[in-house]
Structures are given as C-alpha cells and as structure tokens.
Design a binder for this molecule. Structure first.
Ligand code: NAD
Ligand code: GLY
Length: 368
C-alpha cells in the first residue's frame, strides 16, 4: 500500500457493521466524517497529552458538521481508567445539554477509547461514537471490536459493555509523536496476531521489526491493516466472546495479573501482554502443544520489540499464589477455574483449563 492511500477494512456485524479507515492525514479532513449521522452536538473526549497535539485538527474538521463541539480532557494514564474519570465524560455531556443524538469522538489511546465507548454505551442508554485511535496499540486492537469499559482495583476491565463504534479512523501520522515505549507496547498486540491466527504475518513481523521500530510508514500501514483484518475476521464471527474471540486474549490472563498486581500504570498494558505471551507460550509447552523452538522464537521477537520477557514478582512470599489469585478474577474464569489461551499449532489457539500445579511451575520459571 502506498502511504498516501486510504485503506479500508470492514467489520461485518449486520446492522452494527462499520469501517476502519487507515491512512495519513485523516483526522483533519472533513470528508472522513461526511457519512456520520447529523447531530447538534459532538463531544471530543481526549486526555492531557493527546488533546494539545490533535484536538484542534479534529475540532476543525468537524466544524461544518456539528453546531456545538465540546471537548473534555481527561487525566492521562491507566490509573485513571476509573469510575471517577468516566464521570467527567457524563458531567461534560450533561453540563452542555447534550442529547441522545450527540456523537462522541474518542481521541487517544486505548484508555480514552475504552472509557469513551463505555460512556457512549450508557449515556441516555446509548449514543453514537467514533474511535480516533492515536496509539499503535489502539489502532491494531482496542479501537476495533466494541469492547469498552473501566478497571476495578480487583480486576482489569471488569466493568464495561460491548458497544460498537460507527467508524474507526486510524491516522498513521499520529504515531510520529508516540514515545518509544508506547510503540513497543503496540508491537506486543501486533505480535499476538501471529501465533493465534497467521504465522505468515509473524514471519513478516520478524523480517520487518526494525522497519516498524523505525516507524517506516509503509511497514506501519501494513501492520495496522493486517491486524485490523484479523481482528475483523474474529469479531465478525464472535462479537460477544462466546468462543473464538477469546483467542485475542493470548497472553492477557498473565498480563492482566501483572497490571493489577503491580498497580495499574506501573507496567504498560502492552508490556504486560508481551511478557504474558511468553508465559502463555511456556504453558503451551508444558502442555506439550508447542516445542521449545516456538517458545524461544516468540520470546526472541518480544524482547527484540523492546518488551519484557521476565515476569515481575508480585509477592515476595508466594509469588505464584498471588498470580493465581489475581487470575481467578479474569473474565474467562469459569466457576473459579482459570482458563488460559494456549497455542496448539501453527496459527492456532485454544482455551484450556490448566492444573494449578502446572501454572505454578510456569510462573516460577518465568518470574524473577
Ligand atoms: P494509553 O491509552 O494509556 O496510551 C498510551 C500513552 O500514550 C498515554 O500516555 C497517551 O496519552 C499517550 N498517547 C496516545 N497517543 C499519543 C500520540 N499520538 N502521541 C504521543 N502520546 C500519545 O494506552 P494504550 O496502550 O493505547 O491502550 C491501553 C489500554 O487499552 C488498556 O487500558 C487496555 O486494557 C485497553 N485495551 C482495550 C482493548 C479493547 O479491545 N477494548 C484491547 C487492547 C487493550
Ligand atoms: N483485545 C481483545 C478483544 O478485543 O477481544
């Protein structure tokens, strides 16, 4: 794909279908919003980091479409993905007399996107919203598929709703201002799509990792497009995660335990997922589903992407017990039994119940 083109990926969900537009210079172009429904109000939801960079461009592009454009600027960070911060969005909607046609725009990374989506799902029982993801992680994963929500001190993303956006606009230019560790965090979710769905793509990532780290526009454009295609394929078959969609959580059971156990924001979500994939690969190996070569190959790529591959100790006394307790509140847990996404073949993942003793030995091997 040439970098001046707009690539479109479709999510096919009957009346909830929508497009993901991927390209450069998208945010400030009014044409990209032409198909959205008419409304008097729009609310741009952003944060203290992203707002100063991109809110004016978005506001300018929406000016001919909406008479009243409001902006709410949230505090930045995973630690703020809470009820208190969510309420700032409702405050802005109510103080500005927004009605049920009001369109919400999520301008930011996955934290802003998940919270804006949840606000849209619940304000007046549902108003339309648009995702304008500005991190690599949000462009390849969180802005697509309609999972919205907030954290609870006892569990990550525990409160939320499935609620699809009307449109996702991935403006690749925003990735130029992303800090390097946030770029690496996005690479974790990109790498994830290989083992679970497309090892040919995994080969491509290995071959193009340096180009991705160097932010080569064509490499980023292809990676975002391919990830969105895979996610669209999965979500199109299982929107509400009754089965297949769980594969997108490869590495996340361990990763969410790391995030909650260390305190939200201490490790980036993508860092926790990267390390969690290494742990889940070891678990797959312990179950005899993959060989040592696969575990080494995945670990090598994750480390080369700038991500941790050794898990943190969450408790000095009984680290494994602490992980296990945290993982029991995972959304995939069933009657107290933790269920893990494991790799069970090339481009193939499955859900498994794993005995605690095996999980313990993986945690012991993988944590410092
Ligand atoms: P984030 O939203 O915290 O963004 C990372 C950091 O980058 C923040 O400080 C942000 O202000 C900054 N930032 C964003 N865009 C920028 C830009 N263009 N230039 C400079 N700085 C920029 O984190 P994230 O990694 O985007 O998202 C992680 C969140 O997404 C987690 O809460 C995770 O649970 C959620 N998530 C949700 C889904 C889903 O399906 N809904 C999937 C994966 C992750
Ligand atoms: N990121 C996991 C999912 O969307 O299902």
């Amino acid at each position: 794909m040439s970098t001046s083109e707009i690539q479109t990926v479709s999510i096919d969900l009957q009346q909830r279908s929508y497009s993901i537009a991927i390209g450069s210079g998208l945010i400030g172009n009014p044409k990209n919003y032409a198909q959205l429904p008419a409304a008097s109000h729009a609310l741009l939801v952003t944060n203290t980091t992203v707002g100063p960079l991109y809110a004016e461009a978005l506001r300018g592009a929406l000016q001919t479409k909406y008479a009243k454009i409001h902006v709410v600027t949230l505090p930045d960070g995973e630690a703020h993905k809470t009820w208190q911060t969510l309420n700032l969005i409702f405050d802005a909607l109510l103080e500005n007399h927004c009605d049920r046609k009001t369109v919400l725009f999520a301008l930011g990374g996955g934290v802003v996107g998940d919270m804006t989506g949840f606000a849209a799902a619940s304000f007046m029982r549902g108003v339309p919203f648009v995702q304008v993801p500005t991190t690599l992680l949000a462009q390849v994963d969180s802005s697509v598929g309609g999972k919205t929500g907030i954290n609870h001190p006892l569990g990550k993303n525990m409160i939320g709703a499935f609620y699809q956006p009307l449109l996702v606009l991935c403006d690749l230019d925003t990735l130029k201002t992303l800090p390097p560790n946030e770029l690496s965090a996005g690479l974790a979710e990109i790498i994830k799509y290989g083992p679970i769905a497309d090892m040919t793509f995994f080969d491509w990532i290995e071959a193009n990792l340096q180009a991705l780290l160097d932010r080569d526009p064509a490499a980023l454009a292809y990676a975002v497009q391919r990830c969105c295609e895979i996610k669209a394929w999965v979500v199109g078959q299982d929107e509400r995660e009754s089965g297949l969609r769980a594969i997108l959580n490869f590495g996340h059971t361990f990763g969410h335990a790391i995030e909650a156990g260390l305190g939200y924001g201490n490790w980036l979500h993508g860092e926790a997922v990267g390390c969690g994939m290494v742990m889940a690969a070891h678990l797959s190996r312990a179950l005899g589903l993959v060989d040592d070569a696969f575990v080494m190959r995945l670990s090598k790529l994750i480390r080369a992407a700038g991500l941790p591959i050794v898990g943190p100790r969450l408790d000095q006394q009984d680290n494994a017990a602490c992980y296990l307790d945290l993982m029991r509140v995972d959304k995939k847990a069933d009657a107290g039994a933790i269920r893990f996404v494991v790799i069970d073949g090339p481009s193939s993942a499955a859900m498994r119940n794993v005995p605690d003793v095996m999980v313990r030995s993986v945690i012991d091997v993988c944590c410092t």
